[in-house]
Write a protein that binds this ligand. Structure first.
Ligand code: NAD
Length: 298
């Protein structure tokens, strides 16, 4: 099936990156968010990231302008998905919210439209079950930052049609990505393995085994990770990490996935990492060196 018009719902950390890669690859994009301020911020971020690509001579100024020209914005799902061949949902990691959005998408998108979600952990089968087209619902899990990271984890729900999977696999390749198809169990592959590691790093800090910098340094230098697990958690968003751990904990019923109380406290206090300006580290615009949050300084 041919895909030309893509709607992206949610213009946060992931949504702006997803809109960016589709527009840069020649697709018409409608970026949808309930918050006008988020839409404005997303367009600025896309512009800044495209400028960086021009500076590195990855794309030309004309490519940048063409990509920006392909992105429209909308504040309502109803309006935004009306002409879509594919919708990629990238709203907050909350099951109730996503189920409601999928009901609305199903109602307003054309019958041929594939409904994809960028969820990190929520069941594709459960999401598909609230629509009238479960065979056309699939997980399309991009990695952060989307314009840079090559992987797209493609998740087949219980009812996902093989042709739909093939369409999304081929589409991911057109975006310059490397697709990897997996089945629908809590956390899929990426977060089933990543989140317990991040949680264990937070437990190590909580129990006083080591400080923020020591934990990240051990994992960076010892395991050749490009970023330590606490910095990575800040980058993903501590609220997102907590939501994923809760899905793993509920889904498997295994106490090994219980989120660390320190993570719960930080999210409750609004310390969400990069997006709120502070998590395990402090993020002030323009600062190049990582500064550990006052809460964890020795
Ligand atoms: P975010 O908090 O940065 O952005 C979420 C956006 O959704 C916000 O702009 C919010 O205004 C919008 N939103 C909320 N309700 C809405 C509604 N009803 N209609 C339209 N927009 C609505 O979140 P994020 O980090 O971009 O995560 C989005 C999704 O991507 C989540 O499912 C998350 O699990 C997944 N994901 C996140 C990462 C990551 O590193 N942050 C990586 C892969 C996947």
């Amino acid at each position: 099936m041919s895909i030309q018009h893509v709607a992206v719902i949610g213009a946060g950390t992931m949504g702006n990156g997803i809109a960016h890669v589709f527009a840069q690859s020649g697709f018409d994009v409608t970026l949808i968010d309930v918050q006008t301020a988020q839409l404005e911020k997303a367009i600025q971020t896309i512009q800044k990231n495209l400028d960086r690509q021009v500076a590195k001579e990855v794309i030309t100024e004309a490519d940048k302008n063409a990509a920006l020209g392909r992105i429209k914005t909308a504040v309502s799902v109803e309006e935004g998905v009306a002409k879509a061949d594919l919708v990629v949902e990238a709203t907050t990691e909350n099951t109730t919210l996503k189920l409601n959005i999928f009901k609305s998408m199903d109602h307003h998108a054309p019958a041929h439209c594939i409904l994809a979600t960028n969820t990190s952990s929520i069941s594709i089968t459960q999401i598909a079950a609230v629509t009238s087209r479960p065979s056309k619902v699939i997980g399309m899990h991009f990695m952060n930052p989307v314009p840079v990271m090559k992987l797209v984890e493609i998740i087949n729900g219980y009812a996902t049609d093989k042709d739909v999977t093939e369409t999304i696999v081929q589409l991911s390749k057109k975006l310059g990505k490397i697709p990897c198809a997996v089945n629908d169990y809590p956390g899929f592959i990426a977060n089933r393995i990543l989140m317990p590691m991040i949680n264990e790093a937070i437990y190590s800090l909580f129990e006083g085994v080591a400080g923020v910098e020591e934990i990240d340094t051990v994992m960076k230098l010892g395991m050749a990770h490009p970023m330590g697990p606490l910095q990575l958690a800040d980058f993903i968003g501590l609220d997102v990490c907590l939501s994923i751990l809760r899905v793993l904990h509920d889904g498997f019923g295994n106490p090994k996935y219980a989120p660390c109380p320190l993570l719960i406290n930080m999210v409750t206090a609004g310390k969400l990492g990069v997006k709120s300006g502070e998590g395990f580290y402090i993020y002030t615009s323009g600062s190049k060196n990582l500064v550990v949050s006052n809460s964890f300084q020795k």
